[in-house]
Design a protein. Structure first.
Length: 323
């Protein structure tokens, strides 16, 4: 592959988007450009490099050997450009997933980060689960997220860094009229014989389902089987009212009409939350986000687990690894 004298970073971004999506339409949507313009940029890059980077058919797009060879170099060059711009105050917006509207942890940290770095733009995204967000981070469509780092597939974890933020107490969301709804706090033993929903089958949240499975094991609590995913608050509320299935949640889960939220106790199970970002990401707003996470965690004592609380051993180990 001959080396050109200069390469426009825009061409590398176009190439990398197609290389990661293996689909020109999706890559164009990701970059907010017309597909024709994206195709033109890729062909220009191929001309400048003197080689074909993709094999295109009517059914699929695949990388050529030279295309595969270019991928790590393109990523490195674009990361270096982002770092350079960040160093001179020209950083692009930082895209931060806070999981879902109404959940407290990510929103609190993001709000504090905006206070610490008002000159930078930090934009919220809602991916609903760390596994889903981690895929977006790896693909460069997202910069940071919050969630259970130990619950990620090792292949995803390998490309990520994390900073522990919170041991978040867990709760159960109960339909009004459920016998346990009368209790102010629900002992875990009281859930024996119940079937509890924890996102089984949702490809974006397997780390949460795994946490529930570990919690329920040996306690006589059944994990609700996979069900069609309810998207949006109204659909979630409708399905819950229809099935009347308790839902595993966190203590600051947003209020839901027709349901009551009760803390779980004896022991208090906690959901371990980390701030997660792509390894090697250099951005001044990420620095502010990390400072904000540390400040809020300290002021709220989020990293002090409850006495006698429950957490899987693998999560306890991961949460002790702090920068």
């Amino acid at each position: 592959m001959p080396a050109p004298a200069h390469l426009d970073p825009r061409l590398l971004r176009a190439f990398l988007a197609v290389a990661e999506e293996l689909h020109f339409t999706r890559a164009a949507a990701r970059l907010y450009v017309a597909q024709q313009a994206l195709s033109r940029d890729v062909r220009r890059l191929e001309r400048e490099l003197g080689t074909e980077l993709f094999v295109r058919t009517t059914r699929q797009v695949t990388l050529t050997p030279d295309g595969e060879r270019l991928v790590p170099y393109a990523r490195g060059a674009l990361q270096a450009q982002d770092a350079l711009l960040a160093a001179f105050g020209q950083a692009r917006p930082l895209l931060v997933d806070v999981n879902s509207p109404g959940l407290v942890t990510g929103h609190r940290v993001l709000r504090r980060a905006r206070e610490l770095a008002p000159e930078h733009e930090l934009m919220a995204r809602y991916e609903s689960g760390l596994t889903g967000a981690a895929g977006e981070i790896a693909a460069g469509r997202l910069d940071a997220s919050f969630g259970r780092f130990a619950g990620l597939d090792p292949a995803l974890r390998a490309g990520l860094d994390h900073q522990p933020v919170r041991y978040e107490p867990m709760a159960v969301l109960l339909p009004e009229g459920h016998p346990l709804a009368e209790k102010e706090r629900v002992p875990l033993a009281a859930l024996a014989g119940e079937t509890v929903y924890a996102g089984a089958g949702n490809p974006r949240t397997p780390e949460w389902t795994d946490l529930a499975r570990r919690l329920f094991e040996g306690r006589g609590i059944a994990l609700a089987p996979p069900a069609p995913l309810a998207v949006g608050r109204e659909e979630f509320q409708r399905i819950m009212a229809k099935t009347r299935t308790p839902v595993l949640a966190v203590i600051e889960f947003p209020a839901m009409p027709g349901a009551v939220l009760r803390p779980l106790v004896d022991p208090v199970p906690v959901s371990p939350v980390s701030l997660v970002w792509r390894k090697g990401l250099a951005h001044p707003a990420l620095d502010a986000l990390r400072r904000a996470a540390a400040q809020v965690a300290a002021s709220e004592e989020w990293l002090t687990p409850p006495v006698g609380g429950w957490i899987p051993a693998i999560d306890s180990t991961v949460m002790r690894v702090r920068d």
